[in-house]
Structure formats: C-alpha cells, structure tokens
Ligand binder design. Structure first.
Ligand code: SF4
Ligand code: MG
Length: 319
C-alpha cells in the first residue's frame, strides 16, 4: 500500500544527491492466496523494483507491505530472514543466479541448509524430490549449471525456490531469456506447480502475451505507477487505459478478425528521473487533455475489480 522506492541520483565533484529516480511511485495492490498476478510494463517501469521491494531485497522508501496480515517493512533482519522461507524470487537469467562452481545438489540444497536442514542425507533426499517435481532427474544432482540448457537451468532455479515450501514466489521475467518453445514449457510447469502446491505468484513480464495464459489478474505499470489492474479476461477484452490499449494492439492474435488496429505511441518512455507532470503517460497519450498535464489521475476502481488511473474515467466511479 502506497509503496515507493526512490533511488538518489548523485552528481558533481562531491557526489552530492542531485535528484532522485522514482522507480516505484506510490502504488497499491493486493495478491490473493493461490493467485497469479501478472505485472507488466516496459523496461524501467519499476516492476522488478516492486518485486524486490515486496521481499525487502530492496528497502521501500515509503509504504506498507503486508504478508498474511503482518506488516513486514518494520521487521528486524532476523525476523525477516525467518519469513523469507515463505517468500522466494526467481530471476530472469538462471545462469547468472546459479553459482557455476557448485553442483545442482549444492545449489538446490543451499536454502535447506540455511533454514536448518543440517543432515546431508535429508538434504540429498529433498533435492532429489525437488528435481523430480520440476521435471529433472536425481542423476542431474551431481552436474554443474553449464551442463544444462537455458530451460533446464530455469527448472533448477525453480527447484531451489521451492526448497522450503514457500507460499509466495516473485517471478521476475523467468521466461524472458528463453526460446519461445521453451517458454511455454516453463510457463506450463509453473502453472502446474501453483496448482499442486497452492502457490501465489507475482509474475513480472515486459509483454502482455507472456502473462496472458498464466495470470488470474494483470496489472500494467508505466513509469513507476500502476496504470491499470483488472481480471485477466476483463483487461484483455476491455482495456481502459490508453497505454494498456496500445500494448495490447501490439500483441498478435491468432485469429486476424480479432486483431486490434495497431496503436503506435509517439516518442520514447521519458526518464524516470524526470517524469512528466500530471499523468506520467501524457507525453505519449493519443487522448491527452489539458488536465492530464497538470493533475495526476487517481488510481480508482471504475468497475468492479477494474482499476484505472486515467482522467477519461475519473467521473465513472464505481459505487
Ligand atoms: Fe491519457 Fe490523460 Fe488518461 Fe493520461 S490521464 S492516459 S494523458 S487521457
Ligand atoms: Mg526487470
């Protein structure tokens, strides 16, 4: 709630703070147990920072993060460490996040050791079990990361994340670095694992087509703010925010009758260190009005469970 993450920008000979980047600028949302919330936006929109702030891998500048009704931003390091077994993260590049000098057994077993499984035999047994859960085999345990394909490496990353039976997993573009054919396999695996273990995901992606099948609800971010948030079908079939409409128009449809007219946005995403006044999207919006340059639109529920931050909808408040 009201989550903010600002990074100082330093400059000059003395390295003084000369400004700040509002990577995440006052966003609020909730994720239900067992749900997959897709979080989408172009690079630099703050979606990864949001994911890291939820886990306090990046300390929020302001705002609240509640996990199962517990406010966690004020917890001590030790309390947070205990809670982390329930909250995991999977990264985009499994190769960079797996130690190349460690065997799979050591990599997947490490979080078990950290959380107190001291017996080597117990860890071995659990690692074997985890490898099978993610579609690998126990004979992979003695191998090293470079001996695997990209998709297999992501399976290892997932096995490691699952080691301590987490409840919430932040998935930070887990398939973006993979070939399209492999993407589908990993998405299916993650979807099955959600069902099997009643997991909750915040699933970060830079394009709407990746999260289309896996998500229950989808949030669209732009320049550190939430532009729109709704149930998946509602968002894909009735997008309200002009930015969501533009992103969706770029997603190819299998049936050409359903293909939307492509909306080409003018210009680039402005720098997050100098976000536009008013609505952050006003420099590129095809529907921009005078008020958009002055007043930041509120993020409001304009229909049941459909939230949007845009002046085009500010009168249509759902009651
Ligand atoms: Fe466009 Fe204005 Fe809506 Fe922003 S508030 S998305 S500029 S119409
Ligand atoms: Mg990112």
């Amino acid at each position: 709630k009201g989550l903010k993450k600002y990074f100082p920008v330093k400059g000059g000979v003395f390295g003084r703070k000369v400004g700040e980047v509002k990577a995440v600028d006052d966003i609020s949302f909730s994720v239900k147990e067992g749900e997959i919330l897709g979080l989408v936006g172009e690079s630099g929109c703050g979606k990864s920072t949001t994911g890291k702030s939820i886990l306090r891998l990046s300390e929020p500048t302001a705002g609240e993060v509640k996990f199962e009704d517990q406010e966690i931003t004020s917890l001590s390091g030790e309390e947070m460490r205990k809670l982390r077994r329930h909250m995991q993260i999977i990264f985009q590049d499994p190769y960079a996040s797996l130690n190349p000098r460690h065997t799979v057994e050591k990599i997947v077993g490490e979080p078990l050791l950290v959380h107190g499984m001291n017996s080597t035999e117990d860890r071995k047994e659990r690692v074997r079990e985890l490898l099978e859960v993610v579609g690998l085999s126990s004979y992979h345990a003695s191998r090293y990361p470079h001996q695997f394909s990209g998709g297999q490496r992501q399976r290892i990353g997932i096995a490691r994340a699952l080691a301590n039976n987490p409840k919430l997993i932040i998935c930070d573009e887990p398939v973006s670095a993979l070939d399209v054919s492999v993407q589908a396999q990993i998405l299916n695996l993650m979807s099955d694992l959600r069902d099997q273990f009643n997991l909750t995901y915040v699933f970060i992606a830079h394009d709407l087509s990746v999260v289309k099948h896996i998500s229950d609800r989808v949030g669209v971010m732009y320049l550190g703010r939430m532009a729109e948030l709704a149930g998946k079908n509602e968002l894909y079939n009735h997008p309200k925010h002009p930015y969501t409409q533009a992103l969706l128009s770029a997603v190819p449809e299998p049936d050409p009758d359903y293909q939307r007219d492509r909306i080409i946005l003018k210009g680039d995403v402005p720098s997050p260190s100098e976000p536009p006044s008013g609505c952050a999207f006003h420099t590129r919006c095809p529907y921009v009005m005078d008020i958009c340059r002055e007043v930041r639109p509120e993020f409001r529920e304009v229909e049941t469970d459909h939230y949007v931050a845009c002046h085009l909808y500010q009168d249509a408040v759902h009651s």
